[in-house]
Design a protein around this ligand. Structure first.
Ligand code: SF4
Length: 378
């Protein structure tokens, strides 16, 4: 029987994709091996969020090459690094035999899951938001939601197989279905903000025509009796509709941990990031959620050392983090990534030492000081 080794780097979306990749291999007669030295095919599901993540891929490929001077296993590269394009990848990493766009790994492939109680279920892929530091809209393409019926079928099958905890996965889970059903909110947004503050990407401003499709999905999943806990990862701050807050508040099956990336607490930096909200918008949303769900626990993503971030900008982020009281935070030091807008138009002008100092301050406030209250991260 041929063997496959799958190396997964990066986020939960990549983990969910790898489970389906393995499902595809198993359906073709492969078995999984945990040892790449015994594999006939090696799949590397990559992440481009930091340079270090790409360096790990290069390191692994160098090791494989060294170990197999002859008859090397087939190496397949997928995930976010494929945004470099076939030509560039083959130039940078000549040992790669095949570049596989993750969109070619269909949602309907039966995943092979390691955990027998909790399941990751992808509900959408890609992103329309074009935050300036992010490669996802280029590597994964535009946002595409999976049909609701198909998601429910998969979860029903999981429930019948003994799973009781479901984590819905997507880059922006709460904009699920809006690429089809949403109406543009840009005009409304422009009536309450300065035109110069409105990002150029209208896709962040879609308003549901009725009940937000994500709320409908949550309601439908909760009707499955064997499913006891529903989590989702990651929600964005701009599609967090009142109906969604009400649904979480009234539905005991939905976990009280909400991961809501803020990225910065400075309006100037948020605008440079093209995040589409101000710190005031974000804090208003947090207060609204806290008032309806008092037991809520927040997590977040923050980038420190974004181009042009001054001490005052950073203090705004510290102040926001304290006001929200995040219990967990993925704090990253800005690292310019080829292919992103920020890499093209801004200079990476915050020193490595300042980035490290800022990282340590936030990591202490959000993570170290809250170790005992750390939520279960999906
Ligand atoms: S919302 Fe922004 S950070 Fe998140 S995946 Fe989309 S472009 Fe990237």
């Amino acid at each position: 029987m041929p063997k496959v080794f799958i190396k997964t780097l990066g986020c939960q979306a990549n983990k969910a994709d790898s489970e389906r990749l393995l499902g595809d291999y198993v359906s073709r007669g492969f078995t999984e091996t945990q040892d790449w030295k015994k594999a006939d095919e090696i799949v590397i599901n990559t992440c481009s969020v930091r340079k270090a993540a790409e360096d790990r891929v290069t390191g692994l490929i160098l090791n494989i090459n060294k170990h197999f001077p002859l008859n090397r296993p087939k190496i397949i590269l997928t995930g976010c690094m494929i945004h470099h394009g076939d030509k560039e990848i083959h130039k940078l990493l000549p040992a790669v035999d095949e570049v596989l766009p993750i969109s070619e790994v269909g949602f309907n492939i039966q995943a092979v899951r390691k955990d027998k109680n909790r399941a990751l279920v992808p509900i959408s892929s890609g992103c329309n938001s074009f935050c300036t530091y992010c490669i996802v809209p280029y590597s994964r393409g535009r946002e595409k939601s999976r049909p609701l019926g198909e998601i429910l079928d998969e979860i029903t099958q999981l429930a019948n197989n003994g799973f009781s905890e479901i984590t819905l996965i997507g880059q922006n889970v709460n904009s699920f279905g809006l690429e089809k059903d949403g109406i543009s909110l840009r005009k409304l947004y422009m009536s309450t903000h300065n035109a110069s503050d409105v990002p150029t990407t209208p896709s962040q401003y879609k308003k549901p025509t009725g009940t937000p499709p994500f709320v409908t999905l949550l309601k439908e999943i909760s009707r499955i009796p064997q499913i006891k806990t529903i989590r989702f990862f990651t929600a964005n701050p701009w599609d967090f509709w009142d109906e969604l807050i009400d649904e979480i508040a009234s539905n005991e099956k939905i976990d009280r941990f909400i991961h809501l990336p803020v990225q910065s607490g400075s309006n100037r930096i948020l605008k440079l990031m093209n995040r589409g909200y101000t710190r005031e918008d974000y804090l208003r949303l947090i207060e609204k959620i806290k008032s309806k769900i008092p037991e809520v626990v927040f997590g977040t993503d923050i980038i420190v050392g974004f181009p042009g971030e001054t001490d005052a900008d950073f203090q705004d982020t510290v102040d926001l983090a304290k006001k929200v009281g995040f219990k967990i935070g993925f704090v990253a030091r800005y690292s310019p990534r080829p292919g992103t807008v920020s890499n093209k138009i801004f200079t990476d002008d915050v020193s490595a030492k300042t980035k490290k100092d800022r990282w340590e301050i936030l990591d202490k406030i959000i993570n170290k000081d809250n170790l005992s209250q750390r939520p279960i991260v999906p």
